[in-house]
Design a protein around this ligand. Structure first.
Ligand SMILES: C[S@@+](CC[C@H](N)C(=O)[O-])C[C@H]1O[C@@H](n2cnc3c(N)ncnc32)[C@H](O)[C@@H]1O
Length: 261
């Protein structure tokens, strides 16, 4: 128990990068209170405790249900790899669908403290579009997701229609593109790039190669927000990127390519 709380540990071996679980839990708690408020955070925590004790109480207050009620979008659930409609040969590198925490994402983005209205946002492996919806609340010039699964992409397209009607949407445009992240060509504009452990090192390396080539003439800094950064060593070894932070006990890593003259 003490090892779980205080030492670097992978909670789900093989699925999650090693991080400091204590620092992660503390930061997650504070971020939930910051965005949800104390009452909704407390109800969410009690709902988790009830579920663990097999008590059918307070389940409408689970964080995922609070999120769905608030956004009205279909972004919930886990879609395991064996039922994901992607080519078999891609399954060895791909990760299952699971939405990231909107509030962790917003906290990381706000701490970057950049002029969002000068940037385009790109989510590699965007699934049903949970983080596209979160990014759309900021004045990015555009918000784009690249998703391999046709089914998840179709759900994202429906969600995008709802996002466009949402008065909280501030970005210029929102799109989901169906395809392999490894072959996506980025437009040569300033980017904030985001990945939630979507794929293995082979695809990530192709993504980094694309960034180097496609964004070679972009002078502004390029930001790379990596959630559950299983293959962070590729970014750490990259001559282009510097690590800016190790947020949530290392559960998130933020990198930047400095501006170029
Ligand atoms: C963990 S989910 C992340 C969902 C979303 N980005 C978020 O943060 O809520 C990973 C997603 O990556 C997608 N994916 C896996 N390999 C991919 C690839 N080569 N190209 C594009 N998407 C891929 C999966 O289908 C899955 O939807």
């Amino acid at each position: 128990m003490l090892r779980f709380v205080f030492t670097k540990t992978a909670r789900y071996p093989g699925l999650e990068v090693e991080h400091n679980q204590f620092r992660r839990s503390l930061r997650t708690l504070l971020v939930n209170i910051k965005y949800r408020g104390f009452r909704r955070t407390l109800l969410g925590l009690l709902a988790i405790a009830c579920a663990k004790a097999h008590l059918p109480l307070l389940q409408d207050h689970r964080f995922s249900r609070q999120n769905m009620r608030e956004s009205g979008l279909d972004t919930d659930g886990i879609v395991e790899l064996d039922v994901l409609d992607i080519p078999d040969k891609m399954k060895s590198s791909a990760q299952r669908y699971e939405a990231a925490s909107e509030y962790e994402f917003r906290h990381i983005l706000e701490r970057l403290n950049i002029e969002n209205s000068s940037y385009h946002f790109l989510d590699y492996g965007s699934g049903k579009g949970a983080i596209l919806a979160a990014a759309a609340k900021y004045p990015f010039l555009s918000v784009t997701g690249v998703e391999l699964s046709e089914q998840l992409h179709q759900t994202a397209l429906q969600n995008i229609e709802d996002m466009k009607r949402d008065v909280r949407t501030q970005c210029g445009s929102i799109a989901s593109v169906q395809g392999d992240a490894a072959s996506y060509t980025l437009p040569p504009v300033p980017h904030v790039i985001y990945i939630f452990n979507a794929f293995g090192p082979d695809i990530l390396q192709s993504v980094l190669d694309h960034i180097a080539i496609d964004l070679a003439d972009v002078h502004e800094p390029i930001y790379f927000l990596y959630n559950n950064p299983m293959h962070h060593e590729l970014l750490e070894m990259s001559p282009e990127f510097d690590k800016l932070s190790n947020a949530f006990g290392g559960k998130w890593m933020v990198f930047a390519r400095p501006g170029q003259v």
